[in-house]
Structures are given as structure tokens and as C-alpha cells.
Write a protein that binds this ligand. Structure first.
Ligand code: PAF
Length: 293
């Protein structure tokens, strides 16, 4: 396999996958792709959640571009940029098996050359939920995603429902800046105990891993209370909080029931409402959500 990746291109079932590191070459190759072009931006360390996005993009488009770029601009100074899990060889093998046409793997210097100083700031929806613990995170996400969209020129780009706020921010940016592509949201992939699949699950040790199922259990409780007629958002959040607090390894960052477009907190739950949370378990800060509808 390593020989194949050294050569930056190889054959699998007569399908050729190009691995491209520069913006210039990507733009050149992009012109040769058949439209529609599906695009899945990732930070690598691919898992079943990414594969759900990639397979959907493959099925709905004639060409498939995937990017792997651990974006320093979306990590805070105390966050896990340097320790973020990486496994490029395995990622490329997985992408070749999914009939990916182009994998874009730029360096940090390629995306943020010396003197880089232009940022995309999406207002309001970035100011809630994740922003309190991760100031500047969505500025980094919006900037890199805007740049990737401009380079790749996709017809459709695919994002996971697990990162609900990110998807909302990207949709708002695309609408506000009249970017010419469609954003497709793909349902969250879960482990058998309900834990949402995420690269950061790799931080959980064997004792912490079962405890992480408490996120989804609390979201199921929210859904159950809502289904039973409970409309008081504060009461649902209290019940979720009480359930999570029974798990000694879990520390709550936030529990929220918000409008799924504006992310404003709701007092009275009216569908559709986004129940979301962030919880720390050991070194892992995990997020998850369900839509109450
Ligand atoms: O969701 C992610 O993996 C990242 O935030 C993204 C969209 C690839 C931007 O860096």
C-alpha cells in the first residue's frame, strides 16, 4: 500500500484515485471531473460517520472529492490540534475503496501561507452553544470551508448531523454569501450503545467508553419526555442533566434545547427543536444532538 500512496495515484478496480497536495493542481484536475461533483471535507482519521457522508456523496454525484486537512484555525490554543488523531495511510486506503476520484491533502502552509489574514465570520448562530467553550472555533471552520468550497467548486457538500451547529453555520454562510452549491446533512451514525461515532472517541479509555453512552441516553430521555407531551424546555434540560450527573465520569459543558435555525434557546418546545449537549468524559469532549419533531 505504501508504494501506491508514494506514487500519489493508483488503480483499484480500474478506478483511479488522485492524491493532490496543492491548490493549483487541484484546480487543474477539478476541470476534468464530470459534474455533479460531491465534496466531503474532513480532518481525516476516517470512521463510519465519514463513510456515511462519502457513500452518500458517491451515490448522488458523478465525481467525488474528499479533503483531509486538520485545520489549525478551528482549534483553540489549549485544544487538541497537535494530538488530534491522524492516520493518513489508512484514510487513503479507505477512500480508494470508496471510489474517491480526488483526495485533497494540503499542508498548513498551502492553506494558510505566511501573511494569511482574511477570515469568514458568520454572525449570531456562531455565538451560541459551542462558542462559549470554543471561542473562535466557527470562524476557523467557516474560513477553511469557504476556502475549500472555492478551490473544489463542488455541486454538493456533505456534513454530518452530529455537528449540528457546524452544519447550521455552513448553511448560513452559503446562503448569506450566495455560494453556488447545495449543503446536504447526513444522519448521525451510532455505535450499538448509541454513542455517536466521532474521531474524538479515540480519547476514551476502556473504563470511560461505556460511560460515554450517557450522552445518547439523555437525548433519548428528552425525546421520550417530549413524546409524552412535556413542552417545558427547562424541565427537559433538568431531567437530562440529572441523568448525566448520575454518571461519575461525565462533566456537563452544556445541555440545550434551541431553535434549529437560529439556535436561540427555547422556553416552550415547539417542533422542530434541537436538543443538544456537550459533555466531557476524561480527555474527550463529546457533542451530540437529536431533533425533536
Ligand atoms: O467537521 C470537520 O471535520 C471539520 O470541522 C471540517 C468541516 C472538515 C472543517 O475543518
Amino acid at each position: 500500500m505504501s508504494i501506491i500512496f508514494q506514487s500519489k495515484s493508483h488503480q483499484t478496480h480500474s478506478h483511479q484515485m488522485k492524491v493532490i497536495e496543492t491548490i493549483g493542481e487541484l484546480r487543474q484536475r477539478r476541470r476534468q471531473l464530470a459534474a455533479p461533483v460531491g465534496f466531503v471535507p474532513t480532518m481525516g482519521y476516517l470512521h463510519e460517520g465519514h463513510l456515511a457522508l462519502i457513500r452518500r456523496a458517491r451515490a448522488e454525484n458523478l465525481s467525488l472529492v474528499v479533503s483531509i486537512f486538520v485545520n489549525p484555525a478551528q482549534f483553540g490554543p489549549q485544544e487538541d490540534f497537535s494530538s488530534y488523531p491522524r492516520d493518513p495511510q489508512r484514510d487513503l486506503a479507505m477512500l480508494a475503496a470508496e471510489q474517491t476520484d480526488i483526495v485533497f491533502t494540503p499542508s498548513v502552509a498551502e492553506m494558510y501561507p505566511p501573511g494569511f489574514n482574511s477570515w469568514v465570520e458568520v454572525g449570531q448562530v456562531t455565538e451560541r452553544l459551542e462558542e462559549a467553550s470554543r471561542p473562535g472555533h466557527f470562524r476557523g471552520v467557516a474560513t477553511v470551508v469557504a476556502k475549500l468550497f472555492d478551490i473544489v467548486q463542488p455541486t454538493r457538500a456533505y456534513f454530518g448531523q452530529k455537528d449540528a451547529q457546524q452544519t447550521i453555520v455552513v448553511k448560513k454562510m452559503v446562503a448569506d454569501l450566495a455560494m453556488d452549491l447545495e449543503i446536504v446533512t447526513v444522519p448521525t451514525v451510532r455505535e450499538p450503545d448509541g454513542l455517536a461515532v466521532s474521531s474524538r472517541n479515540a480519547y476514551l479509555n476502556p473504563e470511560e467508553r461505556p460511560a460515554a453512552a450517557v450522552l445518547y441516553r439523555s437525548l433519548c430521555l428528552a425525546r421520550q419526555l417530549w413524546a409524552q407531551g412535556e413542552k417545558d424546555a427547562a424541565h427537559i434540560c433538568q431531567q437530562m442533566t440529572a441523568l448525566i450527573q448520575k454518571e461519575p465520569r461525565a462533566t456537563i459543558d452544556y445541555v440545550s434545547i434551541a431553535d434549529p435555525e437560529t439556535l436561540e434557546e427555547l422556553e416552550v418546545v415547539k417542533p422542530p427543536a434541537l436538543a443538544s449537549l456537550a459533555v466531557k468524559i476524561g480527555k474527550a469532549r463529546l457533542i451530540d444532538n437529536v431533533v425533536l419533531e
